[in-house]
Write a new protein. Structure first.
Ligand SMILES: [Zn+2]
Length: 112
């Protein structure tokens, strides 16, 4: 019998950040960000990039969207979903990603 394995994903980027962990005490934990999509035309409106977040209770996805007025961040975690109506709120995953991107100067235009 021949075993088949899923096709490995290819990532264009990989970042690591230490964030408050998923346990009750919020013990610092390592979160890993994998860039799974990057728009070849990042100055146009629409999805600029998508990241997969690992290290929490569940894997999450973060999307960065450019509109005519602003750059918006979307995360699939419960915190971001429940507080979606608060435009200034950013979950810890998005804050960690923005801080890390800023630190490595990957896409400064996304920090909006
Ligand atoms: Zn989140």
């Amino acid at each position: 019998m021949k075993l088949t394995s899923p096709r490995p994903k290819s990532y264009a980027g990989h970042l690591v950040a230490e964030l408050p962990g998923p346990d009750r005490k919020r013990t610092p934990a390592e979160y890993r960000y994998h860039l799974t999509y990057r728009n070849p035309h990042p100055t146009e409106d629409g999805c600029m990039m998508v990241w997969e977040v690992l290290g929490g209770r569940l894997p999450y996805q973060i999307a960065c969207e450019r509109t005519a007025k602003a750059v918006r961040w979307h995360c699939t975690c419960a915190d971001a979903v429940y507080r979606e109506d608060e435009p200034q709120h950013r979950c810890k995953h998005v804050r960690g990603l923005i801080d890390t991107l800023d630190a490595v100067s990957v896409v400064p235009a996304c920090v909006g």
